[in-house]
Structure formats: structure tokens, C-alpha cells
Design a protein around this ligand. Structure first.
Ligand SMILES: *[C@@H]1O[C@H](CO)[C@@H](O)[C@H](O)[C@H]1NC(C)=O
Ligand SMILES: *[C@@H]1O[C@H](CO)[C@@H](O)[C@H](O)[C@H]1NC(C)=O
Length: 639
């Protein structure tokens, strides 16, 4: 049921993809000014099939050491969304003079810049680390056109090289100082498909003489030789420009714009950017893994259901016949299952925060499915997540308060306070630490103080009070009713099998959900916005986590091990350990980070990701097991 629904939904939605206000198409008249904005420089993968990333630090385009040509009157920062800032966008204006359909194929001078030895060393270092320039024209990133070697299809690879350090060239590293810019434009028609849902734009006007930009391609060149004479834009020049690290020199920056008409409609202009690999391979592996996982889940649940109902009928039958009876299996621990676990407050807080995160992820996925998070809204994903996290503070507080009461806790105030402040404080501390490394590395990726303040305000000003209100109502509603009473004297726990010990259970239980979702992590990451069917994965993963922890809880109770609360949380969150391991494997195999700041950054974000994953899936595991245990023990009769 889930798959066809998700598929039908994704097809229906992609046909009518619509955009948030602010992402409406811009129309240009002939001769109209086309602004080119520059974003931070980012390191990129390079080196063919076994491509590696050498750094994780972004630099502002106008970092003085790059000596790029500033616009008249100095660079002006463009306003950005909260999420964009968090994701490292730092957008400024630029001196490029581009007018719609004008100066076609004219060689234009940008400026002559003076590069001193220290800057030259800095630039050469960045070229060796494969840094890329990121430009934006009309919301579209500048890209290099590449050909997928497997399929022969062309696609746009976002960003283009700062320089060239290919060993096959004699002089390395060479700085690119000439840009061949190809702007692809289209003439809009009134019947552009998929746009009529947009409530804010007037699409039905067809006015001649109006053009829209649908593609931005840049081929950078390194033009050496005399830098003082008139600009030639001679891309056939064989001399590349190598910066001397011992003397100050002049670098002439030039560019040439070519206007190329395209048949791509405005609505699908992002498709070229998002075509990463053969879509058929994606679909095949996606459907394949979803089917396997669902098959496994159905099998496991059926076996579980059958043995549980057999147990129940046997327990209840023995009761009726009033024979001398010997209890066995999970019924033995009926007086223990609802005994308070150790550290009930911590468990309640973790579950509350996990539920809050889980609700946030769920709603974000719905938004993404509806097409709101299209890449034309830069940074919208992070903004939406932050806002929803804050609003769902109420849910987190409620779940934590109610669970705490159910687990037999008494210090309600402390619980409410820690639920509201614990996680935000921890995340803040990690982000602060990472920010500290970024500032030391002089990176533009550091989150500005103002943004941190806004987030602090969102969390401590909106999320925390909502959480406190939630906790109040949660504890007011009181403990969840338990179907069986707790014995006054705890039972002895017989030694159980090894795989039910907390850590081995967590690692074992984490494999299936990890396999279900994270083997595809690479694809999901690389086409986060492309294929909406990936969102089905999140649902499948949630169901897998719940099923696996219920299964482990059943095994534990059968082994008369009644301390299931913490263990079900651990089994649910177990996939976080695999995520961590995968992250480290990825670091070893795909990254060659050489600076301490990059390593610290990578590990910091990895730990943060694993932590949040642990909370979300742990909470799902524990709550699902709680539900199952209550159902289980309300089905039998206790004398
Ligand atoms: C720009 O110049 C190129 C090459 O000369 C030509 O193919 C193209 O049609 C021109 N575009 C416009 C809009 O004039
Ligand atoms: C212009 O577009 C056509 C296809 O529409 C393509 O073959 C040609 O290479 C493009 N020209 C440039 C300079 O990109």
C-alpha cells in the first residue's frame, strides 16, 4: 500500500511542482541588467572515480587574500535566509556587467588585480585543494557542463574550478583568470506546464520581448603571458598563468558572455542540475530495497503475532481449566515489566526530545513532498526544520512529562526544565565549538553571531516555553494506565543469551534499519531534491525501527529479562552507531582532509548527526515497545 501511494503521490506532485513566493520567474527585457552574484568558495571532489574531498572549509569570495575584483563601491552582502546562512551561503554582488542579449561574444575586462607573494601562496594552496567558485545568476548556480561517462548524458556540475593543478600540465598550479560564460535563455510561453498552481505570478501573459534565464554555464581558462596589455580572451593561448610566490604581480581578469537560446522551459530549468546519475538505476535499487525491507517486516511481524497469540491463548486456557499450572515465558515477569527503570528522568527527556525531532522530520518530509523545498529556495530546508523544531517544543514537553510520570518519576519541575533546555544547549555547545574552529581557520562558513542569536531566540524564546507548557499538561494528564501491577519484591533475572545484552542488542538491532535507509545515503544526499520517492525511505525506516525493537523486547521478556525500557531505546537507536561507523569509513575512503579544522568540522557534524539520529530512532523504538508491552499484558489474565 505504501509504495504505490508514495509513487502515485510523487508523480502527481512532480507534474505540478510549484514554488514558494520569491521564487517566481524573473523576466528580462532585451538590454535588461542581469546581476551575477558570488557565493563562498567551496572545496570540491576531484580526480575521477575515486574522487576525494581535501577540505571542508568555505572562504568568502572577497576574502582579501584571493584578490578578486571587487565591484565599484565595495562588495555588498545580499540578504539570505536563516538556513542559507547555516549552510554556508555568503552572497555578494560582483562587478560583472551583463545585459540580456547584449555584448554577445565580446571580450570584456573585469579588472587588473595585484597579487602579493603571501596571497599567491594562499591561492595556490586553495587550487591544490580543488576549490571551486560558486556564482549565482537569477537564482541559478553557475555550473560546468559535464558528460556522464556511463550514460553519455550531459549534466551540469555546480561550481567551477578556481585553478588547475592537473599534474599533466607542466606548470602547476595555474590560476583561472578568464571566464567563458554561456547564459542559456528561453522565450516564455503562456502554456508552460506545471505553473498554473502558482498563486502569486501572472503566467498567462505572453509578452514578446521578454526572456528568462534557464541555464548558467562557465568554462574557466587560465591565460598567461603579458597581463598588462589589452584583453584578448584568447582561450587557445597555451601559456597558463602560474602565480609567483616570490614577487608581486598583476593578474588580468577577463570574461566573455555568450547568449544561447534553449528549449528548456523555465519550470524545469533545475532538472539539468539535478541529473546526477542514471535515474533508472536509482529507481531500481530504491524499489528493490523497499520491497526487501517490507517483505522482511511483514514476515517478522507475522511470526511475532502468531507466537504472541499462541502464548496468550495458552496462558488463558490454563487459567480456565484451573489445573495446577506452571507459568512460563513472558507471563512470568508480569509483576516486573512496569517497574521503574533506572534513571527514568533521562529516559523521559531523551524520548521527549526524540519525539520532538521526529515530528519535525515528519513535517519537513511532507513539505518536501509537496515541493516546497525546491532548490530554488536556497536554504529553505534548514529554515523549515528550525522553525518546526521550535514549534514542536510542545510535543517534546508533553511526551517527556507524561512518560516521566508513567515511569514513576516525581521531580516534575526538574524534568520540564531539562527537557526544554538540555538538547538545545548541547547542540549549541557543539555548534559553538565548530564555529570556533571555523573562525580560527578564517573560514566564511562560521555562523555569524547575529544568526546564532536568532537561533538562540527561536529555541530558548519559543521552543523552551512551549516545551514547559507541554510538560505541564503532560504531567497533569498523569501516568499512562498499566494493565498489570508491579510486585513489591523484584524478581531475580536469570542469565540470558549474549545477544540480548544491551550493547550487542543495540548493534544487532541497528543493522536492519541502517541497511534499509543508509546504504542509499549517498544517493539520498546527492539527489535530496530530485526524487521525492526517497522520502518513502524515512517512513520505511521508522517502521523498521519500531518492528525491530518490539521484536527484541519480546525476546527479552521471554528470557525473563524485564528491564526492557532502556534496552528498547538502545535497540531503536542502534543504527546511530552504524551511521557513525559509516561516517568514519567515508572519511577514510572518500575524504583526504589535511587540516585539523576540517577534521574537527567533519567529526563534529558526524557526531551531531549520529546523536540526533540516536534520539529520533531511540524514541521510536522505546515508544513502540511501550505500546506493545501494554497491549501484550492487557491481553492475559492475571489471578
Ligand atoms: C551569440 O553569438 C553566438 C556565436 O557567435 C551565436 O551562435 C549566437 O546565436 C549569438 N546569440 C545571440 C542572441 O545573438
Ligand atoms: C548552444 O546550444 C546548443 C543546443 O541548444 C548547443 O549545441 C551549443 O553547444 C550551445 N552553445 C554553447 C556555446 O554552449
Amino acid at each position: 500500500m505504501l509504495i504505490p501511494l508514495a509513487f502515485a503521490g510523487s508523480f502527481a506532485l512532480s507534474a505540478y511542482a510549484f514554488y514558494l513566493p520569491g521564487a517566481a520567474p524573473s523576466n528580462f527585457a532585451k538590454g535588461g541588467q542581469v546581476d551575477l552574484f558570488v557565493n563562498a568558495l567551496t572545496p570540491m571532489f576531484s580526480g575521477g572515480n575515486d574522487a576525494k574531498l581535501k577540505s571542508l572549509i568555505n572562504y568568502d569570495y572577497y576574502n582579501p587574500k584571493f584578490q578578486f575584483c571587487p565591484p565599484e563601491g565595495g562588495p555588498v552582502k545580499q540578504s539570505e535566509t536563516l538556513g542559507g546562512i547555516l549552510f554556508g551561503d555568503r552572497i555578494f554582488n560582483s562587478p560583472f556587467d551583463i545585459k540580456m542579449l547584449e555584448n554577445n561574444q565580446t571580450c570584456q575586462d573585469l579588472c587588473k588585480s595585484t597579487v602579493d607573494p603571501e596571497s599567491a601562496r594562499f591561492i595556490n594552496e586553495r587550487i591544490r585543494e580543488d576549490y571551486a567558485l560558486n556564482w549565482l545568476v537569477d537564482g541559478l548556480p553557475a555550473a560546468e557542463m559535464k558528460v556522464d561517462l556511463r550514460t553519455g548524458e550531459t549534466f551540469y556540475d555546480i561550481g567551477f574550478n578556481l585553478g588547475n593543478d592537473d599534474e599533466s600540465f607542466e606548470e602547476v598550479p595555474a590560476l583561472n583568470n578568464h571566464y567563458e560564460i554561456v547564459l542559456r535563455y528561453t522565450i516564455p510561453f503562456s502554456n508552460t506546464p506545471g505553473l498554473f498552481l502558482h498563486p502569486f505570478a501572472r503566467y498567462h501573459e505572453y509578452s514578446p520581448g521578454v526572456y528568462r534565464i534557464v541555464g548558467v554555464l562557465v568554462w574557466p581558462y587560465s591565460i598567461g603571458g603579458d597581463q598588462d596589455g589589452a584583453a584578448t580572451c584568447d582561450t587557445d593561448n597555451v601559456n597558463s598563468l602560474v602565480l609567483s610566490e616570490s614577487s608581486t604581480q598583476t593578474v588580468r581578469y577577463t570574461y566573455r558572455v555568450t547568449w544561447n537560446v534553449s528549449s528548456t522551459p523555465w519550470a524545469t530549468r533545475w532538472d539539468n542540475y539535478l541529473k546526477i546519475a542514471d535515474p533508472r538505476i536509482h529507481w531500481f535499487s530504491l524499489v528493490n530495497s523497499i520491497v526487501i525491507v517490507i517483505f522482511l517486516l511483514v514476515m517478522v511481524s507475522m511470526i511475532l503475532l502468531r507466537s504472541v497469540s499462541r502464548d496468550i491463548s495458552r496462558y488463558n486456557a490454563i487459567d480456565l481449566s484451573e489445573d495446577v499450572q506452571e507459568d512460563f515465558g513472558w507471563k512470568l515477569v508480569h509483576g516486573e515489566v512496569f517497574r521503574s527503570p533506572s534513571r527514568p528522568m533521562l529516559l523521559a527527556i531523551l524520548s521527549g526530545n526524540g519525539t520532538q525531532l521526529c515530528s519535525m522530520v515528519g513535517v519537513t518530509l511532507v513539505f518536501a513532498l509537496l515541493g516546497f523545498l525546491s532548490p530554488s529556495n536556497r536554504g529553505s530546508l534548514a529554515t523549515v526544520m528550525l522553525v518546526f523544531f521550535s514549534l514542536f517544543g510542545y510535543i517534546g514537553g508533553y511526551v517527556s512529562g507524561r512518560l516521566y510520570a508513567s515511569l514513576g518519576g516525581t521531580d516534575k519541575r526538574k524534568n520540564a526544565f531539562l527537557t526544554a533546555t538540555g538538547l538545545p544547549t548541547l547542540v549549541f555547545m557543539i555548534v559553538f565549538l565548530l564555529n570556533f574552529f571555523l573562525i580560527i581557520a578564517n573560514s566564511s562558513g562560521a555562523v555569524p553571531f547575529g544568526t546564532l542569536l536568532v537561533i538562540a531566540l527561536l529555541w530558548f524564546g519559543i521552543s523552551a516555553p512551549l516545551s514547559a507548557v507541554g510538560s505541564y499538561f503532560g504531567s497533569k494528564h498523569g501516568a499512562i494506565h498499566h494493565p498489570v501491577r508491579v510486585n513489591s519484591i523484584p524478581r531475580q533475572i536469570p542469565p540470558g543469551p549474549k545477544y540480548l545484552r544491551p550493547w550487542s542488542a543495540a548493534l544487532l538491532g541497528g543493522i536492519l534499519p541502517f541497511g534499509a535507509a543508509f546504504v542509499e545515503l549517498y544517493f539520498v544526499m546527492s539527489s535530496l531534491f530530485a526524487s521525492k520517492a526517497y522520502y518513502a525511505f524515512a517512513g520505511v525506516m521508522g517502521v523498521t525501527v519500531a518492528t525491530v525493537s518490539i521484536l527484541f523486547t519480546y525476546f527479552m521478556l521471554c528470557a525473563e529479562e524485564y528491564r526492557w525500557q532502556w534496552r528498547s531505546f538502545l535497540v531503536g537507536g542502534g543504527n546511530a552507531f552504524w551511521v557513525l561507523a559509516y561516517g568514519i569509513f567515508y572519511w577514510v575512503s572518500r575524504l583526504s582532509l589535511d587540516s585539523f579544522a576540517s577534521v574537527a568540522l567533519y567529526m563534529g557534524y558526524l557526531i551531531l548527526l549520529a546523536l540526533l539520529d540516536f534520539l529520533v530512532t531511540g524514541a521510536i523504538g522505546f515508544l513502540a515497545s511501550y505500546w506493545a508491552v501494554r497491549r501484550l499484558y492487557s491481553a492475559i489474565r492475571i489471578d
